[in-house]
Design a protein around this ligand. Sequence first.
Ligand code: G6P
Ligand code: MN
Length: 435
Amino acid sequence: MRLAILGGGGFRVPLVHAALLAERGAGVVTELVLHDVDAGRLAAVATVLAEQADGVEGAPAVTTTTDLATALSDVDFVFSAVRVGGMRGRQLDERVALAEGVLGQETVGAGGIAYGLRTVPVAVELARRIAELAPRAWVINFTNPAGMVTEAMAPLLGGRVIGICDSPAGLCRRVARAIGVGQEAAWFDYAGLNHLGWLRGVHAGGVDLLPELLGSPAVESFEEGRLFGADWLRLLGAVPNEYLHYYYFTREAVAAAGDGTDSRGSFLLAQQRGFYTSPSLDRWERTRAEREATYLAEARDRERDPGDLEGGGYERIALALMRAIARDERTTLILNVRNGTALSGVDEDAVVEVPCAVGAFGASPIAARPLPGHALGLVHAVKAAERSVLEAAATGSADAALRAFALHPLVDSVTVARRLLDGYRAAHPQLSYLH
Ligand code: G6P
Ligand code: MN
């Protein structure tokens, strides 16, 4: 089996490779091809992978290329994980928004809109090339903003593109641990959009165990409980994805971010420069550990609980999905797929993040309990902004791009939206397609 990683020079590629090394049996990846537009980053990652595979029997053969057609030739699976504009682009996404006093974050609010405007045209072109050169391949999309990007690729790839994120799995794991129930024994009633979802129930043995958790002191024992506070979770009757912190505590998040000098993007930019100038497995491991320990922590000015450090393990989700498809091993995963009729009140073409049945047939969303009004309203508002991004990317319309900023619930004025658009156009050469 041949797997191509687009964005193969990315910092998290060694995680995927390590997970591949642990795979045994039928339907494993024998060839791994890394594609990137940056040959230097490719070489750095290849160095780490070679060290990592040293002495491992049956390790996949790794090749690198900057030619997309070479990467896509004969592939069974494509992992798409590109970052248009790099970490420097992320830093600018954060800063331009914060300078206007609105949230500047990788995937959420004005920062996410700017990132989408840069990324969607590239993702659509990748989808076009994949449809042409590898029409049978399955595409697992990690490229952020993952929901928006998956929706942009879907018209070209149909059900063969599936978006993934590690945050729902991370949330479910932490909640299961707080309850003291095995993850396999429970059904997690989670639904929404990428980075905008709610866990409404944890069913095991015929009962929903979530209300009891929310009512008990154990609610403070896990990341989201501390982040949102027990009272708010009780009032909500659900556990929101951690990214909803930016919606429920917008002022605090903006205040904590300051002027963006110490933003996440700035921290990672410095860290990665160090790694890519003198790459080694040891340096990669140290850089990664430091990165994990501070994940999302800047938003609340504290370090993450060591017990929660594991995150969602996006490489494990990607491999679980690939395995399910390649070996027809049926399982359930929370994924980003075309809604169809799974989530009522949301149109069929919308990409939503819900539990899906997966197997050789791909990923089929499972009918979900409808979202309550407040959540559905937020989903509609954010989806409308995302769709304006898709329209801007498809037509080059600067008006559509302005509409995307102005309609986003975290942008509080049309005047500010205008200045954001101007600021981002000045900052990002990739936005020159807008007219
Ligand atoms: C999680 C999210 C990803 C996001 C990442 C950011 O894994 O699911 O969508 O890109 O966090 O982490 P970072 O260390 O880059 O801030
Ligand atoms: Mn994510």
